[in-house]
Design a protein around this ligand. Structure first.
Ligand SMILES: NC(=O)c1ccc[n+]([C@@H]2O[C@H](COP(=O)([O-])OP(=O)(O)OC[C@H]3O[C@@H](n4cnc5c(N)ncnc54)[C@H](O)[C@@H]3O)[C@@H](O)[C@H]2O)c1
Length: 286
């Protein structure tokens, strides 16, 4: 089985197509020649195509209809964060098994699985982490994604399917906090990475990190580059403004902490010093 690049039969199923990541992929992935079939448990009011199914991946009939005739699947549908265990059990664990198994039975060659950077959330942040470093999930949610990665490996080894796991970073339009300087994945790089996973020749199994070409990255992009990923964006472009905003917030937090501490000690507001020019060296400021 092989997926190859776009060409005849280039339809790709996006599960969870109505969500944040799905919306971005719907915008950018068709530019690579892929035709999209959308599946989500909620209607997608702004869907760009009629090839659209509303239903859960937990429903066998819906899922069978969704995978029929597609070249590959990008499996996004999940609860994307910490949630009560029964919800994670069905939407993240069982759903992932059903998607992989239905793909196998339908002869769909390739599946791209949306994992998360949180599977290595407890790794040492002072050094570069690669895809072969031990999994260290930082939540129950992350543990469900680690299971999805292990299951993908099993389907590759046991059934010869072509499986790619993307440990997505921060899928936001632009970096908004200092942490994003390392973890940002721009929308166009996200599509470029998914396209690389969909079209790389000779793929059997790959784990890649999903980030842009960020100067401050702590996750190794080498395995993604081997699939042909060439990121074009870099969060560093936003560094100056984000670091300045963080310095400002820090000063404000310290000032507010100082005021709170005085209040707790019953000291009241800081008394105003003498008017400038009364005493002290010229130019001296409090
Ligand atoms: N957004 C990020 O920064 C980020 C980071 C790391 C990983 N991820 C992963 O990427 C994927 C997409 O995340 P997102 O941010 O778009 O989440 P989202 O919640 O915005 O979208 C998920 C979509 O999946 C659908 N869905 C959930 N369960 C379903 C089911 N059983 N059947 C059919 N549809 C179902 C939801 O209705 C929703 O539209 C998730 O697997 C998430 O864990 C996202």
């Amino acid at each position: 089985m092989t997926a190859g690049g776009p060409g005849p039969g280039r339809t790709v199923l996006l599960t969870g197509a109505g969500g944040q990541v799905g919306r971005r992929l719907r915008r950018h992935l068709p530019g690579y020649g892929w035709r999209l079939r959308l599946l989500d448990q909620r209607p997608i009011p702004d869907a760009e195509t009629d090839d659209c199914l509303v239903g859960s991946v937990l429903d066998d009939d819906t899922l069978r209809a969704a995978v029929s005739g597609v070249r590959a699947i990008v499996h996004l549908a999940a609860i994307p964060g910490e949630a009560p265990w029964p919800d994670l059990l069905s939407n993240n664990l069982d759903a992932t098994f059903r998607v992989f198994e239905t793909a196998r039975r339908a002869g769909v060659a390739r599946v791209v699985f949306a994992s998360t950077n949180h599977v290595i959330g407890f790794s040492d942040r002072d050094r570069m982490t690669g895809p072969d470093d031990p999994v260290r999930p930082d939540s129950f949610y992350a543990a469900t994604k680690a299971f999805g990665e292990a299951l993908a490996r099993f389907y590759a080894d046991e059934y010869g399917m072509e499986m790619a796991c993307i440990r997505l970073g921060s899928c936001v339009e632009r970096p908004t906090i200092v942490g994003h300087l390392a973890t940002w994945l721009s929308a166009r790089d996200e599509a470029a990475l998914v396209h690389a996973c969909l079209s790389a020749p000779d793929l059997q199994f790959a784990t890649v990190f999903g980030i842009s070409d960020n100067t401050r990255a702590r996750w190794d992009l080498e395995s993604a580059r081997r699939l042909g990923y060439r990121p074009r964006d870099n969060a560093e472009e936003y560094a100056e403004e984000l670091l300045e905003a963080a310095r400002h917030d820090d000063r404000a937090a310290r000032a507010s902490g100082f005021r709170e501490a005085r209040k707790e000690l019953g000291l009241g507001p800081v008394p105003r010093g003498p008017a400038q020019g009364d005493i002290g060296a010229p130019g001296c400021r409090s």
